[in-house]
Design a protein around this ligand. Sequence first.
Ligand SMILES: *Cc1c(COP(=O)(O)O)cnc(C)c1O
Length: 383
Amino acid sequence: MFHTSCIEISQSALENNIRFLRSILGPEVRLSSVVKGNAYGHGIELFVPLAEQCGIDHFSVFSAQEALRVSKVSHGNSTIMIMGMLENDELEWAITNGIEFFVFEHDRLDQAIKIAHKTGIPAKIHIELETGMNRTGFAREALETVGKKLQENPYHLDFSGLCTHYAGAESVANYLRVKSQLVTFRKIAHRFKAHKLIPAFLHTACSAAAIRYPQTRMDLVRIGILQYGFFPSKEIMIHYFAQQESNLLPITRLLSWKSQVMSVKTVNTGEFIGYGTSYLTNATMKIATVPVGYSHGFSRVMSNRGRVLIHGKRVSVIGTVNMNMMIVDVSRIEHVKKGDEVVIIGKQGDLEISVSAFGEFSYQVNYELLTRLPADIPRRIVD
Ligand SMILES: *Cc1c(COP(=O)(O)O)cnc(C)c1O
């Protein structure tokens, strides 16, 4: 034991989601599983081997630290690609271990060339282009020099990819911006090709782009949120169903979050519950404490508004969410006792608490809620 709650990850749900992704992508498009942010809260150490069992052999991470975690649990035949932070003194580790990485500035490129010279091992680089997101990526003016460096170092630079990222493909508000990014990307890719600089993979699409703009799929897609069983936004879900005969949800949530009743007691009418005066009993009530609070990722915004499942019934969080526990109203539940299962996210009986219901209450998007689940809550695989 030694924990107050537990996160379950469903293997069959992942199998289903990967099957769905392959069916829409077809055999020509490589699928990179994005596992940054502790695999969107699912836990890198548990998720990576599970994904490999489903045939995934390409992982995208944000940092060298995450790449190291993936490499430790991978079967060793998967590609690992760092999309963001990589210090110059981590470069040698990346290059000698065959870890691929985005390059979006000259300093990283020059250091990579230097280390490749020194070690005799080519650096596997993905040149990231600035196409309009204005975050990272080489500006157009820098590309002549980049091209020259690629041509001058054919044995030290392995041109693994040419890529970019869209500035909000999940929202139609960004339609023109995304379209113009795609046009820019294509133009630059053609220029590279005209100079005989041909990357192994052209890649631009995240989950939203892969669904909403199929022309962005190219050679490889970087899929995060969809594989975990969530649409990137309601708009993307509506777009998907508009294209579809069936109205069956094609993806399934992998994650459930469970705890247990810590104690049960009765409170008289006319009493305040917990800290302060936010909840006043208007009858004699039975309350249960659950040992999950905001320090465990259960937001304080859920005070007096959250719901959890106990005995297959939906019960309300009453009073403020504390650091380590919440209080719920179990007046309607007969025979509730210490140790009974509490579902915070997931199914119990016929009812379900979805991540989005949870997220809407706490004004968080799925992405934020998932990645804020503390890494030290134990994760386990279930069917
Ligand atoms: C996070 C990320 C993705 C994946 O995004 P999803 O919306 O979760 O599919 C793809 N590319 C880059 C560069 C990212 O940072």
